[in-house]
Design a protein around this ligand. Structure first.
Ligand code: PMP
Length: 781
């Protein structure tokens, strides 16, 4: 059956029977003396029959030539419902005196099935202004019917009817019958929505559903408080269960109640009696849109073909207004409300998104927290989940000047709307940015190569160093992190085992002791120097000489060490005399996070040959940069050539410049210093009260708090317990760091204020107490 056939099937008007004929059928087939009155019907001829002793029935005359299976199905389902739940408000079926559920009438050679049903008195839902209790009851009643329908099968349920919203895409060829441009676009969007979700739809739990709960099929009591009848099982289909509430929500009359409340109330009623899953709720928006689109399309088609469009005029008007409303409010807020109404909000949503994520990104794609967070927006130092809960962000350094800082957002928006292309044309933006960066560097660091991530920056630095020295060995800190490219992964033992096994790479240990006053004893310094000598000797044994020492100047992944200047200068001097270049990886510490200096190397009096930058420099716009001496860069360019399509593009440059501008204008260095030392002190005081907490590490707004345990594994478990507890109980986001994963990592956006620090300290305080109590219970202490 083609889409056109289905539309034509709808065009066939109900069979026309006179009152006298109906009364005769009642007498001859059912032995009833009645008075008949005509009732409305889209496809069957329906009559109200009243006997002399005031009993009422509905007589249906069904054209079996059109749908022989359909007639049978309508009766079967009512029998099934009566057998499964006799209290359901659906019409009872009365048999003929011979005991048959249907009778037969032949008229002008056509065969009609007859069927006698109990008449359900009351008013039609379409004629009342429904209050919330009625709407709730409507949802609940439909759910009860669907529960009773489980296990009901009939071949007619597979009938391809035009009203089945899943078939909306096949009606798209008739879009042109819709005269109004805006309405046509809405219907097209609804068609697209269903097409995109067809796979998700076919994955949902399906069964026989009524599928047509509109105001003309629902009888309510005189006071309009409850549903007393669900009529017309002639459009039943086997379909995803969620289509049942979707149709009811689309069709619900919205006079007298708020539209959003009306829809949610029907859904809440439904969900009370039939279990919907979060994935069902995710489909509601498209199903409701589609129901309206089908109504509008069928109406438009009938108008065009002069095919009895009158009965659909009012519904089509309702649908046009509803489509507009749905699009104005939007999928996300409505879906959120519906998750609330159906009891499938965040927690379940997270489950669905998690399952999808595993499917699409691989189960190994890293995620934070025992119960992952589903974030949808950020502002300043705050992040917001799908329920608009605010989380204090004490973890993220990408939003260096604050999440979605308006200055950066505007700069990017302006530039992306003007010119966004690669860097083989002259453009002032990249030059302004290069000048702004190098102006903040010592004199020798005077030219830039722009790339798109910290990993790429380190990859380029590694190539530059090998080019400059002609050597192939590298030194890194134990448990360093420098990125993900093939070359740089070898410099990144923190991500796994690779770095440890690359023969070109040797590691140095962080300073064994860091004293409060940053002093270093002679033994400390001798150990640092000996460490370098051992590493160089290891390289030499392998026939290698050092090209570069890569140093994250905050020693972040090594455990957050603010290594003293003397340690740095001792190590650097030793390496320089071996001809090794020093690469300061400023991806973590750069741009003022230490509070005292713009660069981490500057803070420790280190003179690097190459500086690499990443994460914070674009405040969320993906960027990386390498700063080095022009002669080195030019030598490399002339030998190897170098070009990165997006590196330093005009949009990136505008983001980078805006970030530098905000750092200055909002005095974010001073803030990192002030808030950082306030936080450091408060953490130290609080930590002293807990056996499971140790020293504070780091400076400015890159701090670590040691977690203690009787064994390394215990400390690691406690670290996770604290991180999850501060998230779950206080909505504060922190991370962990270090080779033993036993250091709380505190690294917020730079606009972090002392008031935020108070929230954080209180959260860790409470979490540490919780962990302490748990420990006491476990050990019986
Ligand atoms: N260097 C350091 C010190 C880093 O912390 C990171 C990222 N965590 C990188 C380099 C790599 O940056 P990206 O993830 O942007 O490639």
């Amino acid at each position: 059956m083609t889409a056109e056939d289905r539309l034509i099937a709808l065009r066939s008007a109900p069979p026309v029977f006179s009152i006298a004929e109906a009364e005769r059928v009642a007498r001859e087939v059912y032995g009833l003396a009645v008075r008949a009155t005509s009732l409305s019907g889209e496809r069957d001829a329906n009559f109200l029959l009243t006997t002399a002793d005031a009993r009422s029935f509905t007589l249906k005359l069904i054209d079996t030539g059109v749908e022989p299976e359909g007639a049978h199905c309508q009766i079967e389902v009512l029998r099934h419902l009566e057998a499964h739940d006799a209290t359901l408000p659906v019409p009872r079926v009365f048999a003929t005196p011979e005991g048959s559920e249907t009778g037969t009438v032949i008229r002008s050679g056509c065969k009609f099935a007859t069927c006698l049903l109990a008449y359900l008195p009351g008013r039609m839902l379409a004629d009342v202004s429904p209050a919330p209790p009625l709407l709730h009851d409507l949802g609940r009643t439909l759910a009860r019917i669907d529960r009773a329908l489980q296990g009901f099968f009939h071949p007619a349920l597979a009938q391809p009817i035009a009203w089945d919203v899943r078939r909306l895409p096949s009606l798209m060829p008739y879009l042109s019958t819709i005269a109004d441009d805006g309405l046509r676009a809405s219907v097209a969007a609804a068609g697209e929505g269903i097409r995109e979700r067809s796979r998700a739809l076919s994955a949902r739990r399906s069964q026989a559903i009524h599928g047509d709960a509109h105001g003309g099929n629902i009888v309510v009591d005189a006071a309009a408080q409850g549903v007393t009848g669900i009529l017309d099982f002639g459009d039943m289909i086997h379909a995803p269960l969620v289509l049942e509430p979707a149709v009811a929500m689309a069709e619900v009359p919205v006079n007298g109640v708020q539209r959003a409340e009306a829809l949610s109330t029907v859904l809440a009623g439904y969900a009370e009696s039939a279990a919907l899953e979060a994935a069902d709720i995710e489909l509601l928006y498209d199903l409701i849109m589609a129901r309206h689109a089908v109504t509008v399309l069928i109406h438009a088609w009938r108008v065009r073909h002069d095919a009895g469009a009158g009965v659909l005029r009012q519904p089509a008007l309702h649908s046009a207004v509803s489509l507009d409303w749905l699009q104005t409010i939007g999928r996300e807020p409505l879906t959120r409300q519906w998750h609330e109404a159906a009891g499938t909000s965040v927690r379940v949503q997270v489950g669905v998104t998690l399952e999808r994520r595993h499917r699409m990104l691989g189960a190994g794609a890293q995620l934070f927290y025992e119960q992952p967070l589903h974030l949808i927006r950020g502002s300043g130092v705050w992040l917001y989940d799908a329920d608009d809960n605010a989380y204090l962000d004490v973890y993220n350094n990408v939003p260096h000047v604050g999440h979605c800082h308006p200055t950066v957002v505007r700069a990017v928006q302006r530039q992306v709307a003007r010119l966004a292309t690669h860097t083989r044309y002259l453009h002032g933006g990249i030059l302004d940015y290069a000048e702004a960066l190098t102006a903040r560097c010592p004199p020798g660091l005077n030219a830039c190569i722009f790339v798109n991530s910290g990993s790429e920056a380190n990859d380029v630095a590694w190539r530059l160093a090998q080019f400059a020295t002609g050597k192939r060995g590298a030194l890194i800190m134990a448990h360093a992190y420098h990125g993900i490219t093939d070359a740089v992964a070898a410099l990144t033992p923190a991500s796994g085992v690779q770095g440890a096994h690359d023969p070109r790479v040797v590691t140095l240990d962080p300073p064994a002791a860091i004293h409060h006053d940053e002093s270093m004893t002679d033994e400390d310094l001798a150990e640092a120097a000996a460490g370098v000598d051992r590493a160089l000797a290891t390289l030499a044994v392998r026939g290698l000489a050092p090209a570069a020492f890569f140093l994250d100047t905050a020693l972040t992944s090594s455990g957050i060490y603010d290594a003293p200047p003397l340690w740095m200068s001792t190590v650097a001097a030793r390496l320089r005399s071996a001809g090794c270049l020093i690469v300061a990886d400023e991806v973590q510490y750069g741009l003022g996070r230490s509070g005292s200096h713009f660069w981490g190397f500057e803070r420790r009096g280190l003179q690097p040959d190459i500086v690499t930058l990443g994460k914070p420099i674009g405040n969320g716009f993906p960027m990386g940069a390498v700063i080095a001496n022009r002669a080195l860069i030019e030598g490399f360019q002339s030998t190897h050539g170098f070009f990165s399509t997006f590196g330093g593009n005009a949009v990136a440059a505008s983001a980078g410049l805006a970030v530098l501008d905000v750092i200055d204008r909002e005095h974010l260095l001073a803030n990192a210093a002030g808030t950082g030392s306030y936080l450091r002190n408060r953490l130290a005081t609080m930590a002293a009260r807990h056996a499971c907490l140790g020293r504070v590490r780091g400076t400015g707004l890159l701090l670590g708090l040691e977690v203690r345990g009787s064994a390394a594994a215990t400390a690691q478990v406690r670290t996770q317990q604290i991180i999850n507890a501060v998230k779950n109980h206080a909505r504060v986001l922190i991370g962990y760091e270090g080779p033993a994963a036993d250091i709380l990592k505190l690294r917020p956006p730079l606009p972090f204020q002392p008031s935020h620090a108070d929230i954080l300290v209180a959260a860790i305080d409470e979490a540490a107490a919780l962990v302490g109590r748990r420990h006491a219970q476990e050990t019986g202490a």
